[in-house]
Design a protein around this ligand. Sequence first.
Ligand code: GDP
Length: 195
Amino acid sequence: MKITSAEFVTSATGLDKCPAGSRPEVALAGRSNVGKSSLLNNLVSRRRLARTSNTPGRTQLINFFSINDMFYLVDLPGYGFAKVPVRVKARWGKMIEDYLARREQLRGLILLVDVRHKPTADDQQMYHWLSTYHIPTLVVATKADKLSRGRAIQNLAMIRKNLQLPASAPLILFSAVTGQGKEEIWAVIQNWVEN
Ligand code: GDP
């Protein structure tokens, strides 16, 4: 997909603050520090559209980016950051689940997991919600450049098994450093927003 424009639009504190209108949306979710901002920046070839940082848990809002004035990429709050109080975690969980359960514009979700690690209970919970709400899902294994090709392929099988992904569910290896996987991800997004 050719990106002609990519702009930050708004940060929403909850479902009722999300933009009105019927534009399709593709959301991104994952643990804090999984590489979500890096993926977003890489997808749209803008170095600092979504701020990348080593401070996990900073993004606590639902961030909307307008792409080609045609659809939104939606950055959901990163989850699983250990130092966050339980009360705050519960609020994030509710915000994310509300969005997944009730946002009609949502066409699909990209779930990010780190290719080096076993998916966590939070990742499993997220995938469970997505199945429950019948949201088309693409799982992306990030930071592929940190492993050898052979090891990365092995870990994909481990991730598929751990999340209980059906054989037909897409799982793509990605690196924000090399750009590996970018075109495949765009193909899935394009299919979601154009159909
Ligand atoms: P977020 O919290 O999910 O938005 O994660 P960030 O995009 O801020 O990335 C967290 C850290 O991982 C940063 O230090 C990034 O530079 C690093 N990182 C993200 N993606 C990649 C990748 O594909 N390869 C490598 N080597 N590092 C990455």
